[in-house]
Write a protein that binds this ligand. Structure first.
Ligand SMILES: O=C(COP(=O)(O)O)N(O)CCCCOP(=O)(O)O
Ligand SMILES: [Ca+2]
Ligand code: NA
Ligand SMILES: [Zn+2]
Length: 308
C-alpha cells in the first residue's frame, strides 16, 4: 500500500538498518526499483524532485507510483525530495504524497524553523510526514579548517532545538556527503563523531543521509569505455553507509547510482548493437541494470531486504 515512512523508520531505527530512498523520473526507473523491492521483499521510498515533476509532469509520476503499489503490494512511500517552498509541499500533500521534504537548509536557522514548522503544521493536518534539512551538503575541501566544517555541517545542539521547535518527523543532516558523482576532494570521509553526537542527543529520531550514492567504479569504467567522460567520479564507500545505518540513519538517498547504472548499460548496448533502434532494446537493459544495483543496495548496504 501507499504509506507514510513513520512505521518503516521506527522498525529501521530499532533494527539498525536503513530504507533506500530512490529518485524516480520515468517508467523504467520505477520498474527497476520496484522489481528489486519485490525480489527482496523490501519497503520502498520512491522520491520525486521538482525537476522530476517538470520532466515527467506530476500526474504521470503519481499514476506510475500508484501502479507500482498495485503491481507489487509493497509498502511504498511517495516522497517529495528537496521541496523548496511551502507551496510545492502543500501541492504534493494535496496531490496524495505521503511524505514531503522541505529543504530550508540554505536559510538562517530561525527562517528554516519557521518555514519547516509551517509545512509540518499543514502536512500533519493531512496525515503526511515531513523531512527537513539542517546544515549544508557541500563538497567542501577535506583540508578545510575545523571552523568552516562547523559552519557547514549540522550542529548537534541546533538539531535538538530544530526538532523540538518544528515537530518534524525526520532530519537530513550534513556530515560530509554531497550530491552528484564527484564527492570528496580527497579521501572519502564522514564525520561519524558528529553523527554519534546528533543521534545520542535525539534518541529514536530518524536521521536522513543525502548524497549517499557510492558511484561504483564498474559503472564509471563502462561509461568511460563507451563514449562517456566522467573521470574521477567518486562516492560514499558502502561500509560507511552500513555504519551510518546502525547509528540512527533510517533513510539513505540514492539517485546518482541509478543514473550511472542505467547510463552505463545503455551506452554499452548501443555501442555493441549499432543497428538497433527500438528504445525497448536499450531501455530494457537499463531497467535491468537498475534492478540489479538496487538489489545489491538492499541486501548488502541498507539491510532492508525482507523488512517489507
Ligand atoms: O540526496 C540525493 C541523491 O544523492 P546522490 O547524488 O548521492 O545520489 N537526492 O536528494 C537526490 C537529488 C536529486 C536531484 O534531482 P534533480 O536533478 O531532478 O534536481
Ligand atoms: Ca539543502
Ligand atoms: Na528527501
Ligand atoms: Zn538530496
Amino acid at each position: 500500500p501507499l504509506v507514510t515512512s513513520k512505521e518503516m523508520f521506527k522498525k529501521a531505527y530499532k533494527g539498525g538498518y536503513a530504507i533506500g530512498a530512490f529518485n524516480v523520473n520515468n517508467m523504467e526507473i520505477i520498474q527497476g526499483i520496484v522489481e528489486a523491492g519485490k525480489e527482496e521483499n523490501a519497503p520502498l521510498i520512491l522520491q520525486v524532485s521538482a525537476g522530476a515533476r517538470k520532466y515527467a509532469q506530476p500526474v504521470y509520476l503519481k499514476k506510475l507510483v500508484e501502479a507500482a503499489v498495485e503491481y507489487s503490494g509493497l509498502p511504498i512511500v511517495l516522497h517529495l525530495d528537496h521541496g523548496d517552498s511551502f507551496e510545492i509541499c502543500k501541492a504534493c500533500v494535496d496531490d496524495g504524497f505521503t511524505s514531503v521534504m522541505i529543504d530550508g537548509s540554505k536559510y538562517p536557522f530561525e527562517e528554516n524553523i519557521a518555514l519547516t514548522k509551517k509545512v509540518v503544521d499543514y502536512a500533519h493536518s493531512k496525515g503526511v510526514v515531513v523531512e527537513a534539512e539542517l546544515g549544508r551538503l557541500s563538497g567542501i575541501e577535506d583540508a578545510v579548517s575545523v571552523s568552516e566544517r562547523d559552519a557547514a555541517f549540522t550542529d548537534p545542539d541546533e538539531a535538538v532545538e530544530f526538532v523540538e521547535r518544528t515537530g518534524v518527523d525526520s532530519l537530513a543532516i550534513a556530515i560530509g556527503t554531497s550530491h552528484g558523482a564527484y564527492k570528496f576532494k580527497g579521501e572519502p570521509r564522514l564525520d561519524f563523531e558528529r553523527l554519534e553526537k546528533i543521534s545520542s542527543m535525539l534518541p529514536n529520531f530518524p536521521l536522513v543521509l543525502h548524497g549517499a550514492s557510492s558511484v561504483p567504479q564498474e559503472f564509471v569504467e563502462i561509461c568511460n569505455k563507451y563514449g562517456g567522460q566522467i573521470p574521477g567520479a567518486k562516492g560514499v564507500p558502502e561500509d560507511m553507509l552500513r555504519k551510518a545505518a546502525e547509528m540512527g540513519v533510517c533513510k539513505i538517498n540514492i539517485d546518482t547510482d541509478l543514473r550511472l547504472a542505467m547510463t552505463a548499460s545503455i551506452r554499452k548496448y548501443l555501442a555493441e548493437n549499432p543497428s538497433h533502434f527500438d528504445p525497448r532494446q536499450y531501455l530494457g537493459p537499463g531497467r535491468e541494470a537498475i534492478k540489479q544495483m538496487v538489489i545489491h543496495k538492499m541486501r548488502d548496504v541498507l539491510g532492508c531486504s525482507g523488512k517489507a
